[in-house]
Design a protein around this ligand. Sequence first.
Ligand SMILES: [Zn+2]
Length: 395
Amino acid sequence: MSSSTGTSTVVTNIATLVTNDPSLGDNSPLGLVQDAALVIDGDRVVWTGESSKAPATDNRVDAGGRAVLPGFVDSHSHLVFAGDRTQEFNARMSGRSYTAGGIRTTVAATRAASDEALEANLTRYLAEALRQGTTTFETKSGYGLTVADEARALRIAAAHTDEVTYLGAHIVSPDYADDPAGYVALVTGEMLDACAPHARWIDVFCEKGAFDGDQARAILTAGKARGLHPRIHANQLSYGPGVQLAVELDAASADHCTHLTDADVDALASGDTVATLLPGAEFSTRAQWPDARRLLDAGVTVSLSTDCNPGSSFTSSVPFCIALAVRDMGMTPDEAVWSATAGGARALRREDVGRLTPGAYADLTLLDAPSHVHLAYRPGVPLVTGVWRRGVRQV
Ligand SMILES: [Zn+2]
């Protein structure tokens, strides 16, 4: 294949290529190809296969006998924020109680920050994530909790990703502490009107102390009526109605899924809602791990993401989450890598990312290792040595 535009590139001498298409590889879910090559033309993948069969191209990159996998799809983060919660984390890890903090700390700092400061913070963490192999990310509002501050957060996020989520229902705004019904009316009314143009998704934190099942249903249903698609923070801290509500409303994803009944697992297995597991949160709060093995054995589609936020999971590292999932949540290395790539794409209902197949975006990560298994085998090691996004090398 020689492109008339001179933009085709073969990445060759790949020891292990993860395509996430069983038919292109070894028939495993990861669709592995050994001694592989991959051809990029423009912003897309146009060919994958064995190195010896690669077509001619304009340019050539030697992967040096290392592994290539799809760029990570981080389907859950909270990156439009200001302020710092180091002391809260330090107190928690030191066994001291800490009452001054929580989401309200971040809300106050975010409201006080300029647009420029919020955007600078966002781009800093996006660059950090990109260096660790993340090429698609979702991010949310939820630290403004006023009409103007929520709309502003979404506008800033939308300049950097298509996967923007309106989370006015993160907690009841402190301004409505005595009137939660009034806050739900705002979230489903004036705030929704201001936010819907900037977002693809609507989310709610369905949990004791945040929003109950009836409130969550009202919020997600109002968002659906405005063309936003639901996703939900569900069953993180306790058992509750969130997961089954997600399946009932055909949410793309139920996120956290730490406390599940058998009926919750059955519901997830019966629908198209992905279970997104966020082990950075359990790590950073010393909480019980979600049981990925139980979900996978029931046939549930599992995604793995960072939940990157300044309070409960301040990591932007998908490789770290993969290592935790393998060590502590019963996932195999292959399953964890699938969940952090193809699983993330499923959680965003995307077909064009999370896989390296002809027609998909050329979003790929080169590891300084011969196999994707090293992501769990060598935890904490900066293995990502090359990242292409939309066919352009970024790292
Ligand atoms: Zn979250």
